[in-house]
Design a protein around this ligand. Sequence first.
Ligand code: PMP
Length: 273
Amino acid sequence: DWADANIHILNHGLHYASCVFEGERVYEGEIFKLEEHTDRLFYSAKRMGITVPYTQAELNEACKNIVNIQKVQNGYVRPLIWRGSEMMAISAQKNKIHVAIATWEWGSYFDPKLKLNGIKLDISKWQKPSPNSIPWDAKAAGNYMINTLSKHFAEKNNLNDSMMLDYQGNIAEATGANVFFINLDQTEIHTPIADSFLNGITRKTVMEIAKNLKIKVIEKKIKLEDLQNYKGCFLTGTAAEVTPVSQIGKYHFTVLDIIGKLSDLYQSLVRKK
Ligand code: PMP
């Protein structure tokens, strides 16, 4: 129960961001790509030096059980792993590792009306750190601070999200989703190389869908000024699903039919029941 889900104020997750997590979607009572998410959760934990006191199979079972018990039909699952309270300083060698899984009914991440016309993105002044600054491919709480700063700044300016650049000024990702661009004659889709940000499970899924449609998908370094060479843009993520983008800073994009098609095919894949 919500009221019983308490933790002590003195825990290493809260104070020092010793915490990794996942974000999964439930469609018609089933978690989409559960095994892939659990793989990433354990990978994130390993990258952060956290040994998970359960097996992946146990966590998969627990995720399925909680969704069934809570009777979530279309919603979200948030497994969370964090260091406890035994040591309260930088070192946390003796801290117990805790695991929790929450789930709730949940709809669209972005307002569905906004999604139709494409969302508007700010350009963040905060860059993704270089790959040797932090385990960048971990879905870890600490990595999200610059994303929250960027998203808050965008929302203050009535924008829906923020485009983050990497430490070399290349386009990286939005604050909770990967990004794709469609070239002017709509023959190719370009996306940044995932070498300093999460290689999203939805990113990989949508790349497969595009390839099945015989659309060429190219991973490459993309600079801000290259955005003038693109006609369309969309985001992908477990929460964001496939979301068209109409604006990034001064660059404008059209909500192209091809984005609708990719979104429809994604929806039919996740709701295959
Ligand atoms: N980047 C960030 C920062 C994210 O939070 C997410 C959502 N997990 C993604 C990309 C997309 O990842 P996925 O498709 O696996 O949800």
